[in-house]
Design a protein around this ligand. Structure first.
Ligand code: ATP
Ligand code: MG
Length: 197
């Protein structure tokens, strides 16, 4: 393509992008939902924790389902000033195999999340793997969405987990559905520190 044609095409593109950026002039606390079967939901949420920490924000993280305390994200981000880190799971449901205990643990976990969602000093709250508790019916979807909707207006919340239920998708401002094209696990590679945990 001749240089001049390229230049004028890029100028038109810039005008469109600049106009779109000028239109987006609001600030608000966002609800982001990261769902789908592919890898990258929780690690994206923790990437936003790192970004937010760059601004000195206060952050709350609640990890549902998982019970392990030796993940890289907790070892590093959990130690940073301004971060409160709550590991709320008793293990995956196929480990515990006790529905009543899982429900009780989910309810105790949601009480912790409710405190985070009432705390206007928290700029960002991550609710990692929350969707599973909704999909198994351990938590009431209507209650969870009502609590999310009632949070402080400038608080950002990131929810992760596969198969996010419709009330979350409707309430969310930003939704990403991460596709599973390929995963090393299926080629026999175990979870790698720094990449998977
Ligand atoms: P990550 O924490 O790496 O961003 P994730 O939050 O998107 O992953 P989860 O469904 O929470 O994915 O899975 C947790 C673990 O399973 C991680 O170690 C992740 O690498 C791995 N995993 C994610 N997607 C897949 C997949 N499609 N097949 C196998 N393992 C996966
Ligand atoms: Mg995850």
């Amino acid at each position: 393509m001749p240089d001049e044609q390229h230049r004028s095409r890029m100028a038109r593109k810039k005008a469109v992008v600049d106009a779109a950026i000028a239109q987006a002039d609001q600030d608000k606390g966002l609800l982001l939902v990261l769902t789908g079967n592919g890898k990258g939901k929780s690690s994206s949420a923790f990437g936003m924790v790192a970004r937010s920490l760059g601004y000195g924000h206060q952050i709350g993280v609640a990890q549902f389902l998982k019970s392990r305390r030796d993940t890289g994200e907790e070892l590093f981000l959990g130690q940073q000033p301004g971060v409160q880190w709550h590991v709320l799971g008793d293990g995956f449901t196929w480990d515990t195999q006790n529905r009543e205990a899982d429900i009780a643990s989910a309810k105790r976990g949601w009480e912790v999340a409710q405190d985070l969602l009432k705390d206007a000093s928290l700029h960002l709250v991550v609710l990692d793997e929350l969707t599973y508790l909704l999909n198994y019916g351990y938590l009431d979807e209507t209650q969870v969405c009502a609590d999310l909707a009632a949070r402080p207006s400038m608080q950002h919340v990131v929810v992760t987990g596969r198969a996010a239920p419709s009330c979350l998708l409707e309430l969310a401002d930003t939704v990403s559905d991460i596709a599973d094209i390929k995963h090393a696990f299926r080629a026999g590679v175990r979870a790698q520190p720094g990449i998977d945990l």
